[in-house]
Design a protein around this ligand. Structure first.
Ligand code: ATP
Length: 217
């Protein structure tokens, strides 16, 4: 379990906080808006009213003890930047920040934050990928054109072994996990038989995965 602090409980910050709690982490939510803090107080580990443009407020929160601080203030450029400067001075280990413009990104980059997030652009790219490959449930880019993807197994492959499938596909891919309802089969053996509605987690080059995806449906 990691300890996260999320500053700004708007749509972005609240969604991130609630998901982190769901994933089993401890989350401190911070906002100037009392209504929002009260709204999420029961769902987060802790929720605090504070103005993060105030250096003392940041120091009092003890944010240097957290694994990552996520700043979700977008509309007010000045507040976001001032907050980052205070977080840096307070010795916060890792800072992730939502950016809303090119200028915002450039300054955050200069301030040396660990990750700059552009939610609209990143979501736009994911939606385009989902539209382009509707059979792919989810994916992670590993860099260098390598991806991990999650794909449903269709009825046509009922009873097919992993080996038969790999031979038929003629692609260099790795089957990392077969998910079957609540069960997970890691690195399934060649003789493992696939069932309709299994979910495969595969790794490989994008081109190989693009060829394989339609063969699984
Ligand atoms: P979203 O799209 O996530 O709803 P937004 O970009 O529309 O966000 P913002 O104005 O960026 O809205 O604010 C996000 C949250 O950050 C709000 O709930 C706001 O109250 C909070 N916030 C803004 N300034 C500060 C500050 N100085 N200290 C703490 N919280 C702040």
């Amino acid at each position: 379990m990691a300890q996260f602090a999320v500053i700004g409980l708007g749509r972005f910050g609240s969604a991130a906080s609630l998901e982190l709690v769901k994933l089993g982490h401890s989350v401190l939510g911070v906002d100037t808006n009392e209504k929002l803090v009260n709204k999420y107080a029961d769902q987060l580990t802790q929720a605090v009213i504070a103005d993060v443009t105030d250096r003392r407020a940041i120091e009092e929160l003890g944010l240097d003890h957290y694994d990552v601080v996520l700043v979700g203030i977008g509309a007010e450029l000045e507040a976001s930047l001032l907050c980052v400067v205070h977080l840096k001075s307070a010795g916060v280990k890792k800072i992730w920040v939502k950016a809303t413009s090119r200028a915002h990104h450039t300054i955050l980059n200069k301030l040396g934050v660990d990750r700059i997030i552009h939610p609209e652009e990143e979501m736009g790219i994911r939606v385009a990928q989902a539209l382009s490959y509707p059979m792919v449930n989810d994916y992670i880019s590993l860099g260098n054109g390598q991806f991990v993807v999650e794909i449903d197994v269709g009825a046509r492959l009922e009873g097919t072994t992993i080996q038969q499938f790999l031979v038929e596909s003629q692609e260099d891919i790795h089957i990392l996990v077969v998910k079957r309802k609540a069960d997970m089969y890691f690195h399934p053996a060649d003789a493992f038989e696939l069932h309709a509605k299994d979910i495969l987690v595969l790794a490989g080059q994008l081109d190989a995965l693009k060829t394989i995806a339609p063969m699984l449906s």
